[in-house]
Design a protein around this ligand. Structure first.
Ligand code: KG4
Ligand code: ZN
Length: 424
């Protein structure tokens, strides 16, 4: 199924891999140089999951079912494309086919049925949707919603990788109300650091081409917890609600301002391991033991200064490890460009440290805007643009792929690079 390749393209991106129900509608110009965001909305489920200390997959599925249609309406309204009709805008056959696709999402079907058939088909070219990685029950809702919409609106669907979306979110830069697409100004290969709630990876970006898409190779990753997960688990130990990353970051900033230090230093796991893999579970455990020691047999909550000090040291430990590994990756692959993505790059301390690294090593660095760092629909609309040659018709079955990889894991490091690493 081929979509138009070289014309103005309007793309609806749908993201439901975790706890954000996010949709964005973009327009890419014919030259592939500029992106206009016509509509963009995120419905966060943070409040729903907070009491569980993490994201609860069946709850996420239910919430996506409830929120997808209202989020879609919001986005179409922003784009001035929400036009109500007096009669059905699709044939009964198409509506029936959409019902079959949504048979496992009854609650979503109810709101879909009441809304989608009575609005005019918006002038968009295709729908892109995250098929993985992520929580499978949550992914399925988005995939089936995308297919049902594409059925009623008679347009193709582009399956997307969430992590590629995070990379691409860094490659747009706002200029006078529109975004410039920057993939052509990168010197390849580039190194990407992806830091989110589920992933911590260093990716060699061999190329990103507007027609052929991206070619990626995973060259380093975490052996246990992801960075975001580490932030969230440490926050929980400190009695802070999910998601803990932003809360730790706030406490850390207060500690720096007041000159408060941690009662004890924390480890920087695998910092000297010589490779570019990560491990964060030891840091999490260290905070757990330190907290227990400080609060004593009574289990009393930590005082505010200890909390702030530990938050600061946590952020410093994570930052030190990320910077050290990226420095190593830059040397190993002799790259000139860094591309950073994933929710954790909303953290300003980590942003500044990576910018400093780029400065020191004369590298160019691409960072997403803060509000494009955590999960959003825009990144999936972009992934749809770069992946549009993979478009399929709406009746093609697409399966959620919880552990979908971005590229092959490198089997062995290049010999020359290994040698270079041993030279002091
Ligand atoms: O990419 P994302 O929105 O979702 C996944 O794909 O996982 O990343 C969410 C993660 C959470 O673990 C959250 O705590 C973390 O990003 N995060 C932060 C900050 N903002 C979000 N971590 C540290 N500092 C922040 N300011
Ligand atoms: Zn994400």
């Amino acid at each position: 199924f081929i979509v138009k390749l070289m014309s103005i393209l309007r793309i609806l991106g749908i993201e439901t891999s975790c706890d954000e129900t996010a949709i964005s509608l973009i327009e890419v110009d014919e030259a592939g140089a500029h992106v206009r965001v016509l509509g963009n909305a995120v419905h966060s489920q943070i409040d729903v999951h907070a009491s569980y200390g993490g994201v609860f997959p069946t709850l996420a599925k239910r919430e996506h079912q409830r929120n997808l249609v209202p989020v879609l309406e919001k986005v179409l309204r922003q784009a001035d494309m929400l036009e109500r009709m007096n009669r059905a805008s699709a044939t009964p056959e198409k509506i029936e086919a959409a019902e079959a696709i949504l048979s496992r999402e009854p609650e979503l079907w109810e709101s879909f049925k009441a809304t989608v058939p009575v609005i005019a088909r918006p002038a968009i070219d295709f729908i892109s949707v995250t098929i993985g990685p992520g929580l499978e029950p949550a992914l399925w809702v988005g995939i089936n919603f995308a297919r049902a919409l594409a059925t009623v609106w008679d347009m193709p669907v582009v399956p997307c990788n969430h992590m590629e979306g995070h990379i691409l979110a860094a490659l747009i830069q706002e200029k006078a109300g529109t975004f410039e697409l920057l993939e052509r100004s990168i010197s390849y290969p580039a190194i990407s650091l992806l830091i989110s709630g589920g992933h911590t990876q260093i990716v060699l970006v061999e190329s990103i081409d507007a027609l052929r898409g991206g070619i990626y190779r995973i060259v380093g990753e975490t052996r246990d917890d992801a960075v975001g997960e580490c932030f969230d688990k440490i926050a929980r130990t400190l009695g802070l609600a999910y998601p803990g990353g932003p809360k730790i970051s706030r406490l850390a900033a207060l500690a720096r301002k007041a000159g408060i230090e941690s009662p004890e230093p924390l480890p920087r796991p695998m910092m000297e391991s010589g490779d570019i893999d990560f491990s964060f579970s030891g840091l999490k455990t260290a905070v757990l033991y330190l907290t227990r020691r400080l609060s004593g047999a009574s289990g009393a909550p930590l005082d505010e200064a200890a909390m702030r000090g530990i938050a600061r040291e946590t952020e410093d430990a994570i930052t030190d490890v990320l910077v050290a590994k990226m420095r190593k990756a830059v040397e190993r692959y002799a790259v000139a460009t860094l591309i950073i993505g994933g929710g954790v790059i909303a953290n300003s301390h980590i942003r500044e440290a990576l910018e400093k690294l780029a400065n020191e090593c004369s590298l160019s660095i691409f960072l997403p805007q803060i509000d494009h760092s955590t999960d959003n629909g825009l990144m999936i609309a972009l992934a749809g643009y770069f992946g549009r040659t993979k478009a399929v018709s709406a009746d093609t079955t697409l399966a959620a792929a919880g552990t979908l990889a971005l590229g092959l894991r490198a089997a062995a490091e290049p010999a020359a690079a290994q040698k270079a690493e041993k030279t002091p």
